[in-house]
Design a protein around this ligand. Structure first.
Ligand SMILES: NC(=O)c1ccc[n+]([C@@H]2O[C@H](COP(=O)([O-])OP(=O)(O)OC[C@H]3O[C@@H](n4cnc5c(N)ncnc54)[C@H](OP(=O)(O)O)[C@@H]3O)[C@@H](O)[C@H]2O)c1
Length: 202
């Protein structure tokens, strides 16, 4: 599949690397073109499906630069988190208690089929879930069932068993997925590393 990955940080590079390993035709998007990145708009136009791996505080800006027309009708996988570290620790997480980046992106780009996914685990765990022993879960949410099914299929390629991917419903569930980062940060300190995830026992 042709896939656009917006973001040149560790997440964008990790996801792009894994997608290429799986045989997908990937272009990575950035504010400026470079040796291994093209402008956001070119990467978004290239993708039949697009990942948002940009800094959460700038995701709307980055996606606007990519151009709404380049998301119309496409699955947009939103991996972003909003972390405000400007006032030091503890970091402020989230855009508001009654909103989320996932919802903001869906509102700003109504023709995109936004699926929130992968933002609850570290970049390495995203593409190598087996690096965390035992059963553990990933979450998806979004308003479009077919879009979520396509993302679940891609995530299976990353190594996530479908029964370990919990569909939380509409994009409003992105609030919980994003606010979870507060707990994730405490867990990382408590266990002394980022190779961790949670298991929903039921
Ligand atoms: N790190 C993790 O393990 C992890 C795990 C889960 C979720 N996340 C989330 O995934 C996203 C990516 O994280 P990351 O650590 O890989 O990278 P990051 O440093 O948070 O973001 C890097 C990307 O954001 C773009 N960017 C920054 N400021 C911008 C602005 N003002 N306008 C437009 N674009 C801007 C950069 O563009 P340029 O390419 O032009 O520099 C770059 O592509 C974040 O939202 C993060 O919260 C991260």
């Amino acid at each position: 599949m042709k896939i656009g990955v917006l973001g040149t940080g560790v997440v964008g590079r990790t996801i792009a690397g894994k997608l290429r390993e799986l045989g997908h035709d990937v272009l990575v998007g950035s504010r400026s073109a470079g040796e291994d990145a093209v402008p956001f708009a070119d990467a978004a136009a290239h993708g039949e499906l697009v990942f948002n791996c940009t800094n959460g505080n700038a995701s709307l800006e980055a996606l606007n630069a990519a151009g709404a027309e380049n998301f119309a009708g496409k699955v947009l996988v939103d991996v972003s988190n909003a972390i405000d570290a400007s006032r030091g620790r503890p970091f402020v997480i989230g855009v508001a208690l009654d909103d989320s980046l996932g919802e903001q992106i869906q509102r700003a780009f109504p023709e995109a089929r936004v699926v929130k996914a992968l933002n609850t685990v570290n970049a390495d765990v995203m593409v190598n879930p087996a690096s965390v022993p035992g059963e553990h879960d990933l979450f998806v949410c979004g308003n479009d069932a077919d879009a979520k099914a396509r993302v679940v299929e891609l995530l299976q390629g990353f190594g996530w068993p479908p029964e370990r991917i919990v569909d939380l419903g509409d994009i409003i569930a992105a609030r919980g997925q994003e606010l979870y980062l507060a707990l994730w940060l405490s867990l990382m300190s408590a266990v002394g590393g980022a190779a961790l995830n949670i298991h929903v026992a039921r």
